[in-house]
Design a protein around this ligand. Structure first.
Ligand SMILES: O=C([O-])CC(=O)C(=O)O
Ligand SMILES: [Mg+2]
Length: 641
């Protein structure tokens, strides 16, 4: 496997072709692009006849070489030196840039095409089906504006993000981040984070040293194979680790220079990206099997060797790899999978919150009847953890399992199904019980109190399904957890209308408040953003070695404690995200406390704080959190001193 180099001739041809396509698709009001926006064709090559030079030698007017004493990101941040994706491989090696840029080496023609498309069409270069419902032009404008701020002044960026978190989280994170990933190759700006590709095999350990920070405390990595519910986005998926780590800083107080977003590029099976001349990832189908695991293993060895104390969060890996990778590393490294474990703990937290809102004690969890749509890694992670929580609340594992009805795209899963993955098998209904039944049939038959949506395919909680849920239960709990907005199982308005306002609703992507039956209704956000920043902070501060199920369970129990009384009365199952820093601090403290009981807190300060009790521990955590409210003063120390 080697780094792919775009052929200039091919790229120039593609440039011309695309310019015409874009012009045809342009709205009538848009200015017509010049007939040729691409680089002019090269002059015909002179025929080689004999040994005579065909041209007269002309000395160049300016030096072709520019001298610099800068390296690595200092070069990318110097506009006079930066070439973006066009740095050739030898310069990437010589200047410590390998890994700081996507694997494709473009030429200036491709860069020109990207710029001109944006210049002429802006958002309109993007086919409407890619925009995704819920993403408006105004959200795009805000994203671009905040991105510009982040590129020039991170302290100020994080200050505005912390101060206006509820308003800005939907722009830097879900749902806008889904749109950003879909269009990452068109929106290309300054690179942020690291790219490890299959073409880097054998080089990753040394590449990790190209990252300029000695002290990295948290890494989020994706292989781009299942970005939110949007599918395989290849290297474009890096937008997700970037968005997650923005929240590490804003919500959990990691220092912005100490977090590292990463993508592992093993190819993509997304035909549209493979054909797009602007795509910046490897143009090859995804690696599979041992070849795939070899790349991920090398990445994990590279980053954990250079930064042994860092927490490593796996994000948006497709179902076939997410669980095997978690099992592979979780017993040796400080890792967790946010979609499996973070989403699970978020769902448990929300169920405890919903029970509180309904005036029921935590022990009532053991009596809930749960229908879960989606048997992927996130769905099954949620189901297993709710079952574990039911056991904590006093029922046997067998009784807990009988409380679940799990549906895949082929309907209800029963033990008569030919192939059942091992994590699904314990939750298969007994043979003969409605194999393959539709969601509507299952709701009527099982009479659930809880309806969970984790299928990632869009509006499957139809009006009929929701009405049935409202008919079999006075106050059904409805969580539409798939992201982004276009993939949610139903909207808040749909859930409220179909149940005459009786349900407790939450969704993974945010929903604006609205008036319903003369009352303003607001909704909790069932998103793992409540979990992962605090989980990472607790695991990092505690130096807990690994991340255990017990740590997740305690984190889940801590979250509903932070819902305000008046919000409980209004039926909110989650605290408000504007208190995200308090929530993350409480989660981190709960995580350290759980790890302390398990005897795995290796950091003496954290251990002493845990021994001193919950208040001392919470104070310790809060003291360790970075705050962007003041600039720190800068001191100068020359290199080598
Ligand atoms: O990123 C989010 O909003 C939640 C999440 O992990 C996912 O949907 O994969
Ligand atoms: Mg995710």
């Amino acid at each position: 496997m080697r780094i792919t180099i775009e052929e200039p001739a091919v790229a120039a041809a593609a440039t011309n072709g695309k310019a015409h396509t874009a012009a045809a698709a342009a709205p009538a009001a848009a200015p017509a692009p010049p007939s040729r926006s691409a680089t002019p064709p090269l002059p015909p090559r002179p025929a080689a006849d004999g040994d005579e030079p065909s041209t007269v030698y002309e000395p160049p007017l300016q030096e072709a070489v520019e001298i610099t004493n800068k390296r690595s990101s200092d070069i990318l941040h110097d506009p006079t030196l930066n070439k973006g994706t066009a740095f050739p491989l030898d310069e990437r090696e010589r200047l410590g840039l390998r890994g700081l840029l996507p694997p494709i080496i473009s030429n200036m023609g491709v860069q020109l095409e990207r710029v001109m498309k944006d210049f002429y069409y802006g958002l309109d270069q993007i086919p409407p089906e890619e925009i995704g419902s819920g993403i408006t032009r105004e959200m795009e404008r805000r994203w671009r504006m905040l991105q510009g701020l982040q590129d020039r002044n991170e302290t100020l960026f994080y200050r505005v993000l912390v101060e206006h978190f509820a308003e800005m989280a939907p722009i830097v994170y879900t749902p806008t981040v889904g749109w950003v990933c879909t269009n990452y190759h068109k929106l290309w700006r300054r690179p942020r984070g690291m790219f490890f590709s299959a073409g880097d095999a054998g080089h990753m350990a040394s590449m990790a040293y190209h990252w300029p920070q000695e002290d990295v405390q948290a890494i989020v990595v994706t292989d781009g194979s299942r970005i939110l519910g949007l599918g395989d986005l290849g290297t474009n998926g890096l937008g997700i680790p970037i968005g997650k780590l923005d929240l590490y800083v804003a919500a959990a107080g990691f220092h912005p220079s100490k977090v590292l977003p990463c993508v592992i590029d093993v190819g993509t099976n997304n035909a549209r990206l493979l054909e797009d001349p602007l795509y910046v990832g490897l143009r090859q189908p995804r690696l599979r099997g041992d070849a795939y695991y070899a790349v991920v293993d090398e990445f994990v060895r590279a980053v954990t060797s250079r930064w042994p104390q860092a927490v490593l969060q796996f994000e948006d890996f497709s179902i076939e790899h997410a669980l095997p990778l978690l099992e592979r590393y979780r017993h040796h490294h400080l890792v967790f999978n946010d979609d499996i474990q973070g989403t699970a703990a978020t769902a448990v937290a929300g169920l405890y919150g919903a029970l509180r809102a309904l005036g029921l004690p935590p022990s009532a969890l053991a009596q809930q009847r749960v229908v879960c749509l989606g048997a992927g890694s996130a769905g099954m992670g949620v189901v297993s953890m709710i079952a574990d929580a039911m056991v904590v609340q006093g029922c046997t594992p067998e009784e807990a399992r009988r409380n679940f009805w799990v549906l895949s795209s082929r309907g209800l899963i029963t033990s008569s199904r030919e192939v059942i993955p091992s994590n699904v098998a314990p939750f298969a209904r007994p043979e003969g019980e409605l194999e393959g039944a539709t969601l509507l049939e299952v709701v009527r038959h099982a009479r659930p109190t809880v309806l969970l949506g984790l299928a990632g395919v869009g509006r499957l909680f139809t009006r009929e399904v929701l009405e049935a849920a409202g008919a079999v239960c006075e106050r059904p709990i409805v969580f539409a957890m798939s992201n982004p907005t276009s993939k949610m199982e139903c909207t808040a308005a749909e859930a409220l209308e179909a149940t005459e306002g009786r349900c407790v609703f939450a969704s993974g992507s945010p929903q604006d408040p609205f008036e319903f039956q003369g009352r303003r209704r607001e909704f909790g956000q069932a998103n793992n953003l409540f979990l992962f920043p605090g989980m990472a902070l607790g695991a990092y501060l505690g130096r807990t070695g690994t991340v255990t199920d017990g740590m997740f369970m305690k984190a889940a129990e801590a979250i509903p404690e932070l819902i305000e009384e008046e919000d409980l009365a209004a039926g909110l199952a989650y605290p408000r995200i504007k208190s995200i820093r308090d929530i993350s601090a409480a989660v981190a403290a709960a995580v350290i406390a759980a790890a302390h009981v398990e005897g795995r807190v290796a950091n003496a300060n954290a251990s002493a704080a845990a021994a001193a009790g919950p208040e001392a521990l919470l104070r310790y955590v809060k003291r360790m959190m970075y705050s962007p409210f003041e600039y720190s003063s800068l001191a100068y120390r020359p290199l080598g001193q």
